[in-house]
Ligand binder design. Structure first.
Ligand code: NIG
Ligand code: FE
Length: 379
C-alpha cells in the first residue's frame, strides 16, 4: 500500500530543510520525495496540515533491560551527592531478581514510551545482569524489542568478582561473550573511573570483534582518560558520552569514522558539565544525540528533551541537534536505511505539531509529536 504525505510545512530530510515537499511511502519504505506539485498518486493520503515532517529519531544508546528504581539516588544527587556509577550494582541486584515477564514488561513500556516521542530506531544494552546466564537472558529479551542489541557485560565488576577484576574480564571475553554474541550486534565497555581500564577494554573489545560484533565504547564520561582514543584506534562505530575531551581526542575523532554520541540527559541528571558539542562540530566530528535511558544516570526516553538540552547547553543549532538525533544516530549504528527521508529508506516519519523544527528546542517539555509512521504504519 502507498501513502502520500502532503501539505508538509517543512520537510527535514536529515540533511536539509525543504519547503513545498511531499513524501510517498510504499509498504515499509520511502518510495519518493520531491516537490508536492509533482507528487505521484497513492492509495492513501496523510494531510500534514502545514506541520513539520522529519525522520523518526534514532536513539543509538539506551539501557532498557533493567528492573528497580533509583529515584532516591537521583534526589540525593540533586541535593549535592556526586554520581559515581556505584548505583549500577543496585540495579544489577534488582534485575537478577526480576522474572522474564517483569523485564519484558518494563523494557517494552520504555520502548513504547520512546516510540510515542518519535523514536523509531532504538539501540539497547545488557549490562545489569553481569553473569553468563543473566547477560544472555537480558540480550534475548532485548532482541524482542530491537535488532540493535549491545552486549555490555563490562559495565562494572559485579560484587562477587570484586576480589578478582581480571578474572571477571576473562569471564566477559570468554564464556560470557560466547553466550551473548548470538544475541547481540554490538559490544560495549564502560571504560572509565571505577569501571574498566584501557587494557581491559581493549582485550574485551578485540574478543568481541573476533566473535563478529561491532564495537562501541562508554568513553570519557566521568573523567578525562584514554577511552576516546581507544575507540578511534579500534575503529569503533561510536564513542559515547565524550564529556571530558582534550584537543588530541577531538582531533582523533575528527579524523575518524567514529561518531561522538552525546548523552545530555546524563549530564542533566548527574549535575555534570555538558560535553562541548560546538567544539566537536567545528572540528568536523560526526555527532549523534541519544538518551542513555537508564535508571541511574538518565531516566528519560525523550529525544526531543535531549535536542532541547543540546541546543540550550551544548552550543548546537536546532538543525544540528535534529540532524544528530536522526542522521547522526544512524551513523553511530552504521545504518544508511534510517535517520533520513530519502527514497529507499525505511518509512519512519514524525509529524511535529509545530511550524518549524526550531520548536523542538524552543518549546521544551511540550508534547509536539503529532503522528509517528513506523515501517510505513501509522502508530
Ligand atoms: O551510560 N556510565 C555507565 N553506564 C550508564 C549509567 C548506568 C547507571 O548508573 O545505572 C551510563 O550513564
Ligand atoms: Fe550508557
Amino acid at each position: 500500500m502507498s501513502v502520500l504525505v502532503t501539505n508538509i510545512g517543512e520537510l527535514f530530510t536529515g540533511d536539509e530543510v525543504r519547503a513545498g515537499a511531499a513524501v510517498v511511502t510504499e509498504g515499509d519504505r520511502i518510495a519518493w520525495v520531491g516537490d508536492a506539485a509533482a507528487a505521484p498518486d497513492a492509495d492513501e493520503r496523510i494531510d500534514a496540515g502545514g506541520r513539520v515532517v522529519l525522520p523518526g529519531f534514532v536513539d543509538s544508546h539506551t539501557h532498557l533491560m533493567f528492573a528497580g528504581d533509583r529515584s532516591a539516588e537521583f534526589a540525593a544527587r540533586m541535593a549535592g551527592e556526586p554520581y559515581t556509577g556505584g548505583g549500577i550494582r543496585t540495579t544489577v541486584a534488582a534485575t537478577r531478581a526480576a522474572s522474564n515477564a517483569e523485564l519484558r514488561a518494563s523494557a517494552g513500556r520504555l520502548a513504547r514510551e520512546a516510540l510515542r516521542q518519535g523514536t523509531t530506531t532504538i539501540e539497547t544494552k545488557s549490562g545489569y545482569g553481569l553473569s553468563v546466564d543473566e547477560e544472555q537472558r537480558c540480550l534475548r529479551l532485548a532482541q524482542e524489542i530491537t535488532a540493535e542489541t549491545t552486549f555490555l557485560g563490562a559495565h562494572v565488576v559485579p560484587a562477587e568478582w570484586a576480589h578478582d577484576p581480571d578474572g571477571y574480564v576473562d569471564l566477559v571475553r570468554g564464556d560470557m561473550l560466547a553466550a551473548a554474541a548470538p544475541h547481540a550486534r554490538w559490544i560495549d565497555v564502560f571504560c572509565d573511573r571505577g569501571a574498566f581500564d584501557a587494557d581491559q577494554a581493549r582485550a574485551i573489545l578485540l574478543a568481541g570483534r573476533a566473535a563478529g560484533l561491532g564495537l562501541r565504547l562508554h568513553a570519557n564520561q566521568l573523567q578525562h582518560g584514554p577511552a576516546v582514543r581507544l575507540a578511534v584506534e579500534l575503529g569503533a562505530a561510536s564513542a559515547d558520552h565524550c564529556t571530558h575531551l582534550d584537543d588530541a581526542d577531538v582531533d582523533a575523532l575528527a579524523g575518524s569514522d567514529t561518531v561522538a554520541t552525546l548523552l545530555p540527559g546524563a549530564e542533566f541528571s548527574t549535575r555534570s558539565p555538558y560535553p562541548d558539542a560546538r567544539r566537536m562540530l567545528d572540528a568536523g566530528v560526526t555527532v549523534a544525540l541519544a538518551t542513555d535511558c537508564n535508571p541511574g544516570s538518565s531516566y528519560t526516553s525523550s529525544m526531543p528533551f535531549c535536542i532541547a538540552l543540546a541546543v540550550r547547553e551544548m552550543g548546537m543549532t536546532p538543525a544540528e541537534a535534529v540532524r544528530a538525533a536522526t542522521l547522526g544516530g544512524a551513523r553511530a549504528l552504521r545504518r544508511t536505511d534510517v535517520g533520513v527521508v530519502a527514497p529507499g529508506a525505511r518509512a519512519d516519519l514524525v509529524v511535529l505539531d509545530a511550524p518549524s523544527h526550531l520548536h523542538l528546542a524552543y518549546r521544551p517539555g511540550v508534547p509536539l509529536i503529532h503522528r509517528v509512521l513506523h515501517n510505513g504504519v501509522l502508530q
